[in-house]
Design a protein around this ligand. Structure first.
Ligand code: FAD
Length: 391
């Protein structure tokens, strides 16, 4: 049996970052992953450029049953700390939009930086290694395909259930249950929404079109791009709202949030009443979409022929289009998993279990889920760092 000070399960963003900090503090660290390469999600993130953090990290941009929980870790290891590390590694980056920072080159540069840091910190990285059993007595014993390991500290960083094709297993939740930790129900988040076949028939011909939109569900709204797809609706605004949407709820979409469509229709009716109705919408929306909205409203003839009430209803179809999703695309395409290990059972400063000393949960496996835009990686860095300081 090999002895370590810390065993970390999962060589994703959180696990690697924790391993580096613990190793730098002189701890003997084993980092185990069943995948052949570390940080596979980092590699595919941000379209291959990794949106590694956000300039405007705020605790209220994370969803959790305990919205205050993430505050401590996020303030102890901030986005600026991570940017300093990226700068020191000579990785060029840019702000794309809304404070979102991406590599200029490739996400692989972030993985290379983390691998270099792990080597310097003396981390024993065990890839392609499956975990067959975890037990707790005098410390933790982990049985693996590469033999038995023992350590007084165990960190669970096995992520959520999203993208099973890439090795996501839900193993962390199983371990949490084994150790008596409570779980907050999990569901796919940052995920495209799906619709009834009738609604889909309307959306399909628009597949590929993207518009800046404001998407609302209850009291929360996001103003970002919306994309029509063959399967329903996607794009940043839809992914964001999917984390808040629940079955049965409608979402309201403003397809032209910068324009008062009602006023535009009234003014054009006065000034150029002989034009086609779709032409007014077409000044603010892609033509295909404008034509479809007018056709759906059943408006024949030119603008001057339309009664005021019909134009008001048409404006409503653009500015407050109400759709009722029937579901999401699920874990197959979800960027993250909402819910997870209940934060009430964890110490916010160390991510250590309150009932099993020496056991930590970090990253996505915990019930802390960020907005789209670099928030989830920042949670992985911050939670990994604080646990790395504690073990
Ligand atoms: P993970 O990165 O999922 O790592 C978990 C590790 O545990 C994996 O290496 C896995 O192989 C290993 N593991 C799982 N089960 C076992 C097991 N049973 N035995 C051994 N090992 C196991 N977030 C952003 O902030 N910015 C982005 O640009 C961004 N883009 C994304 C794009 C996509 C397509 C996806 C799917 C997600 C994206 N995310 C992004 C979210 C982000 O990738 C995650 O929030 C983050 O990776 C979570 O880090 P983690 O270390 O907790 O888990």
């Amino acid at each position: 049996m090999k002895s370590y000070d810390v065993i970390i399960l999962g060589a994703g963003a959180a696990g690697m970052f924790c391993a580096i900090e613990a190793g730098r503090r002189g701890r003997r660290v084993a980092l185990i992953d069943h995948a052949k390469a570390p940080g596979e999600k980092i590699r595919i993130s941000g379209g291959g450029r990794c949106n590694f953090t956000n300039l405007d990290i705020r605790p209220e941009r994370f969803l959790s049953q305990n919205p205050r929980f993430a505050r401590s870790a996020l303030s102890r290891y901030t986005q600026h700390d991570f940017i300093t590390r990226v700068d020191a590694a000579g990785i060029a980056w840019h702000e794309k939009t809304l404070g979102q920072l991406f590599c200029d080159g490739s996400a692989r540069e972030i993985i290379a930086m983390l691998c270099m840091d792990m080597t310097e910190a003396g981390v024993d990285l065990m890839l392609g290694t499956s975990i067959t059993d975890v037990s707790h007595g005098d410390g933790f014993t982990v049985q693996t395909s590469a033999g038995s390991l023992h350590a007084p500290k165990l960190v669970v960083a096995t992520g959520g259930k999203s993208i099973p094709k890439m090795g996501a297993t839900g193993f962390g939740y199983q371990l949490a249950t084994q150790f008596g930790a409570d779980l907050v129900e999990t569901r796919p988040a940052l995920v495209p929404l799906t619709f009834t076949s009738a609604q889909l028939d309307e959306m399909k011909p628009l597949a590929g079109l993207s518009v800046p939109a404001s998407v609302r569900c209850g009291r929360i709204a996001f103003r970002e791009g919306l994309l029509f797809t063959h399967r329903g609706l996607s794009g940043p605004s839809i992914l964001q709202i999917s984390s808040y949407w629940r079955e049965g709820e409608a979402i309201e979409i403003d397809l032209a949030p910068d324009v008062d469509i009602s006023a535009a229709l009234a003014a054009e009716k006065q000034a150029r009443g002989r034009q086609a109705v779709w032409g007014v919408l077409g000044a603010h929306l892609p033509e295909k979409l404008a034509r479809q909205i007018v056709a759906r409203a059943g408006l024949a003839g030119n603008l001057a022929d339309q009664p005021k009430a019909k134009l008001k209803a048409l404006a409503q179809d653009v500015s407050a289009w109400s759709v009722r999703p029937v579901g999401t695309e699920g874990y197959r395409t979800a960027e993250v998993t909402l819910g997870g290990v209940d934060t009430r059972g964890l110490d916010a400063r160390t991510l250590e279990s309150r009932t099993v000393p020496g056991l930590h949960f970090i990253g996505e496996v915990v019930d802390v889920t960020g907005w789209l835009g670099g928030y989830n990686f920042q949670w992985a860095w911050s939670s990994g760092w604080v646990a790395g300081q504690a073990v």
